[in-house]
Design a protein around this ligand. Structure first.
Ligand SMILES: NC(=O)c1ccc[n+]([C@@H]2O[C@H](COP(=O)([O-])OP(=O)(O)OC[C@H]3O[C@@H](n4cnc5c(N)ncnc54)[C@H](OP(=O)(O)O)[C@@H]3O)[C@@H](O)[C@H]2O)c1
Length: 283
């Protein structure tokens, strides 16, 4: 199998490098700017292509690793080429393989192949890829070939239904990007308490890292501590009186979700007063 990439950015370079190192199956790169394709080809010891058609000709499997909004445009160019029997993949988390409109008429097979990982570096992130779970969705008759391609590079994958891709991607955003926002909210409030920038990391790291590790080890219910679980109405009321604006909204909404966990953990406890307090939206 020969794998070609359209889009020599972070995901294209990372996945290409992993395929090159583990299976020596790389055809090479085509990208919007030829310097990107050249750099990626140098990095992965593969070829760069000056035109899309030649890359497609020389590849059995094509990964379209361009920004999500550009995938339909690239597909519009590719679908008129001779692609019968080829596997066409994109790596978007929120889009499904259905973005490859009318692919049945071309004789090619479409897939979405998404790493559950923030891929932040064109040249280093490939080392992280085998730690990530990939989700695959697409042509049911050929999906095992994509699974096997990932398998051979040490990548774990699960199949997912096209209909849940948006929900799945939103869920992934909650435990990655939205955690960043939660840390930002914490820092903003600590700054108001007089913490200096160089104290932030010491203040936050044990709480954040300790919690993540505990949730991963024992699950959300067993990991939960704090005033919501303790049904400590007075403390929660004071927090709500202190915070304002978006930080108050974040605290209140996430406390409602936290209370759902607490209720399951302590079915004998009466959380109704806390529930009333948290559902009062007034600042
Ligand atoms: N980064 C992540 O954390 C991550 C994680 C999971 C999935 N994904 C998905 O992976 C895909 C790629 O994301 P990325 O982060 O790798 O993006 P990226 O680093 O911005 O790279 C996109 C690449 O596409 C190229 N490109 C743009 N328009 C093009 C066109 N019309 N024809 C050919 N090439 C074009 C760019 O070109 P030039 O460099 O040539 O200008 C760039 O190299 C997206 O679908 C994204 O949702 C990303």
């Amino acid at each position: 199998m020969k794998v070609g990439f359209v889009g020599a950015g972070k995901v294209g370079c990372s996945l290409g490098m992993l395929f090159a190192e583990t299976q020596h199956i790389l055809a090479g790169y085509y990208s919007r700017t030829s310097t990107s394709a050249e750099d990626a080809a140098d990095f992965t010891k593969s070829k760069h292509f000056q035109n899309l058609e030649t890359l497609i000709e020389e590849s059995d499997t094509v990964f379209i690793t361009v920004p999500d909004d550009v995938i339909p445009m690239v597909w519009d160019s590719i679908k008129h080429m001779n692609i019968a029997g080829k596997m066409i993949c994109h790596c978007s988390g929120s889009l499904s393989s259905k973005i490859f409109k009318d692919i049945e008429e071309t004789g090619a097979f479409g897939f979405s192949v998404h790493p559950l990982l923030a891929v932040s570096d064109r040249y280093r992130s490939y080392q992280e890829l085998p730690k990530a779970l990939f989700t695959i969705e697409g042509n049911e008759h050929h999906i095992d070939e994509i699974k096997s391609l990932l398998d051979k590079s040490g990548i774990k994958s699960v199949t997912i239904d096209a209909s849940v891709k948006t929900r799945y991607h939103g869920a992934a955003v909650m435990c990655s990007n939205l955690v960043v926002a939660l840390v930002q909210a914490t820092q903003d409030e600590l700054r108001k308490c007089g913490f200096a920038e160089d104290q932030m990391s010491d203040a936050i790291a044990p709480l954040l890292a300790g919690n993540v590790q505990k949730v991963l080890n024992v699950g959300t219910k067993a990991a939960l501590t704090g005033p919501i679980e303790r049904n400590d109405l007075g403390t929660v009321a004071k927090h709500l009186d202190t915070f304002t604006g978006i930080d108050r909204d974040i605290y209140r909404i996430l406390s409602i979700k936290t209370m759902e966990i607490a209720k399951e953990k302590h079915p004998q406890s009466d959380y109704s007063k806390l529930e009333l307090l948290l559902n009062n939206q007034e600042d």
